[in-house]
Ligand binder design. Sequence first.
Ligand SMILES: [Fe+2]
Length: 277
Amino acid sequence: MLIAQLTDTHIRRPGDLAYGVVDTAAYLEAAVAHILALDPAPDAVIVTGDLTDFDDPREYDRFHAITAPLGAALFPIPGNHDSSAGLLAAFPQIAARCAGARVNYVVEDFPLRLVMLDSTVLGRPHGQLGEDGLAFLDAALAAAPDRPALVAAHHPPFLTGIRHMDVQNLFDAAALEAVLRRHPQVVAFTCGHVHRAVTTSFAGIAATIGPAPAHSVSLALDPAAPPTFHMEPPSLSLHRFAEGRLVTHRSFIGSFSGPHPFFGPDGKAIGTPARTA
Ligand SMILES: [Fe+2]
């Protein structure tokens, strides 16, 4: 099973640039083309929040128009730039999977269960799963203790060292850790929000932040550094689930020289120096 992870696409209304400079729609178009060119094709595409920049219906419409070629296996959760209600209104097929006003749902269609969590706090940049979200997660995992699961939310439950992002991460991380530790079938946790590829462990399992398909938050580990971004090479996470293990690759979006063969028709590595007497 292959899962592509888009995150923090920050789509604006037509004609608008994010922060006055980033044509996020063009970057999303490139990311969609990249996913469509993957061989084998991913079974599912998860979108870990901040689909839009301002939770505007026209931004969701534009997101839909750009991602339509990906088909139905698209599983979004909101970020702090979206809202639960805005996302549910824009994705009726996701609303049908959710029991209430929060975007908490489980995708049961694949060998790896996808437990998608709503970590948004309306009008605030930080995240919180809340009692309801934590109870949902606990019950969802308890319902299928023998089926491996990937848990996803927008906000990271750990510090990255990028201070201006760390102060707006998941505030109930300790409670999330307690739930995850009760369910050893969870193979990994993934999230977004930081616009960088980050890897650590959390609750004893692998934890990743999906990289940005557009602007990256600057890798600024000085606590006094101001909040800035760089236009680093766009990329996405490609998660491969096989033999009970989730392996996360970083797939760069763009055209690069290659593929170049390692070996020639004679079976020898190309460019092997001739043996001298
Ligand atoms: Fe965010």
